[in-house]
Every structure is written in structure tokens, then in C-alpha cells.
Design a protein around this ligand. Structure first.
Ligand code: CP
Length: 304
């Protein structure tokens, strides 16, 4: 089987992405039923995290273990990575020892370089540009709760950063309408925004959520932007997602957030208690969707 990387949703066809969503649903059902399913016995993965993680790390470590394999957590400071070992060498060494590499690092170019030199699949566990694993969980969650996302309206409110970029790619692949409300200076990259006619940029969050079936936001200061927090609080003040904002969307709207959430900043203090918020179901699907991804990249489609 030729190796395939998952650096962006756009690396996969619509058919393969839909397969992953369906398989993720099956993984969730098997998990709920307590089914033992261990097709990755004897396989190992390297999980390199240069930035903090709760969900992504747990989903890959627990997911690999549940599938019968093992994920090795590697912090960059405890390996030779932070001492400057070239990425090309890292890629070649890892390819000799493990079956797959999952990596989170700010520099998307480093992930591309790793993938270019590795002979095993490489997964983007989040970069400053994209967070494709999160989108697998989000689309699975929407489709479990509301059916097909094709033709739906999604509103992304806030920073036009990696989550916003991945929502643009998702709108491209799944053919839904994406309204983005972001303040001046925090718009998504123009080349990503214009890669699909399904995404449009607005200033007003209330305009963005009109007819929305799903409202999404992310933190105002992503990892690496913490020193800008005070300035960003002022710039993003009108972009907080509140119960009132959700009231302006469709009656059966869902709210998602990749977490961690900052109550009182990008969401109101009480929003996650609102029945329209499905963030814990969404977080749980990080496990199931990443198990589907690991299985697909290591064994190919297995039917469902
Ligand atoms: N949503 C997400 O990627 O969470 P972590 O940063 O905790 O992995």
C-alpha cells in the first residue's frame, strides 16, 4: 500500500473523507458497545508534540492502544529535535522504527518537510496553518446529530487562523456554505479563503449566523499568541459567541468549539451549559475519528 499523509483535508478525496466519517461513527458505536477491535497489534506510532495538547494527545495515545498498537509520546525538548537534528534525518530515522508519525508544531513547513522525507504516513496533529484532525471530529459530530452537512450553513466566528482555515477546506470538500465573521487584521489567508466559492468573509457575527445550522468559534489567542492576549480581547470583543447570538441562527443550530475554551472571552460564561453546545460529544469524537484515521492510513479501507 502506498503511503498517504494527512496534512490537510485537501490531501484526501471527498470519498475518502466520507469513508472516514462513516468509519468514525462505527468506531464510536464499537467503543460504546465495549467491542474489542485490535487490528493495529504490533504497530507503533510516534506522537511528536511541540505544543501543549490534551485532546489530540489522548485521542492518539488511547486510540492507538485501543486498536492494539502503541503510540510513543515524544516531546521535542526530551529528544534531539530541540537540539537541532535536521527534520530530514528525523523523518528517515522514524521511518526505520515506527509505522506512522503524528506531529504538532507551529511551522506547517516542518510537517511538510517531515512528510516529504518519511516513508511512513505523517499526520498533522495541528500546525499554525491547519487542524485537519479536529475537522474529522466536527463533521462526524454534526452528521451524527443532524445528518449530512452537505448544503448546510456554518458560521465561523473569531480568529481567521488554523481552525478557520480547516473549516474553509471542509466547506470545499463537503460542499457546505461557510460564513466567516472575523475582525480586520485577523482574516484567514486570502489564498485559502478564495480556494472555494463556498466561503465568504463578513464583519458582523449576527449576519454570519443567519440561517446557520452550526456555529463554531475558537480561542482569541491561540498557542503562540499569548503575549497579544490583552490587545486581542479588545479587538475581538464584538465576536463573543453568546446564547443571544445562537438565538439569531436556525432553531436547531449546534455550537462547537475545539476546546480548550476561555469562558468570558470567545464564549459567554454559561454557553457550554446550553443544550445547543455539543462540545463534549465533539471532543469525544476526536478519539473515534482519529482511530478511523489511524486504521485507514495503516491498513486502508476495511469496510463498514
Ligand atoms: N482541540 C484540540 O486540538 O485540543 P488539544 O489542543 O487539547 O489537543
Amino acid at each position: 500500500m502506498a503511503k498517504q499523509d494527512f496534512l490537510s483535508l485537501l490531501d484526501f478525496s471527498f470519498e475518502d473523507l466520507n469513508y472516514l466519517i462513516a468509519r468514525g461513527k462505527t468506531m464510536r458505536q464499537m467503543h460504546t458497545a465495549g467491542t474489542t477491535y485490535q487490528p493495529l497489534r504490533g504497530k507503533t506510532g510516534a506522537l511528536i508534540l511541540q505544543m501543549s495538547s490534551t485532546r489530540t494527545r489522548i485521542a492518539f495515545e488511547a486510540g492507538f492502544a485501543q486498536l492494539g498498537g502503541h503510540a510513543l509520546f515524544l516531546s521535542t525538548k526530551d529528544t534531539q529535535i530541540d537540539r537541532g537534528e535536521p527534520i530530514e534525518d528525523l523523518a528517515r530515522v522514524l521511518s526505520e522504527m515506527v509505522n506512522i508519525v503524528m506531529i504538532r508544531t507551529a511551522n506547517h513547513g516542518d510537517i511538510e518537510q517531515l512528510a516529504a522525507h518519511a516513508t511512513v504516513p505523517v499526520v498533522n496533529a495541528m500546525s499554525s496553518l491547519l487542524h485537519p484532525c479536529q475537522l474529522l471530529a466536527d463533521i462526524q459530530t454534526f452528521e451524527e446529530l443532524r445528518g449530512s452537512i452537505r448544503g448546510a450553513t456554518v458560521a465561523f466566528i473569531g480568529d481567521g487562523y488554523n481552525m478557520c482555515h480547516s473549516y474553509i477546506n471542509a466547506a470545499n470538500r463537503w460542499d457546505f456554505k461557510l460564513n466567516i465573521a472575523a475582525p480586520q487584521g485577523f482574516h484567514p489567508h486570502q489564498n485559502i479563503l478564495t480556494s472555494t466559492a463556498n466561503a465568504r468573509l463578513l464583519e458582523d457575527p449576527y449576519e454570519a449566523v443567519q440561517n446557520a445550522d452550526l456555529v463554531v468559534t475558537d480561542v482569541w489567542s491561540s498557542m503562540g499568541h499569548e503575549v497579544e492576549t490583552d490587545n486581542r480581547r479588545a479587538v475581538f470583543a464584538n465576536y463573543q459567541v453568546s446564547e443571544q447570538l445562537l438565538d439569531a441562527a436556525n432553531k436547531d443550530v449546534l455550537f462547537m468549539h475545539c476546546l480548550p475554551a476561555h469562558r468570558g472571552e470567545e464564549i459567554t460564561a454559561t454557553l457550554l451549559n446550553d443544550p445547543r453546545a455539543v462540545v463534549y460529544h465533539e471532543a469525544g469524537n476526536r478519539l473515534h475519528s482519529q482511530k478511523a484515521l489511524l486504521e485507514f492510513l495503516l491498513l486502508g479501507p476495511v469496510g463498514y
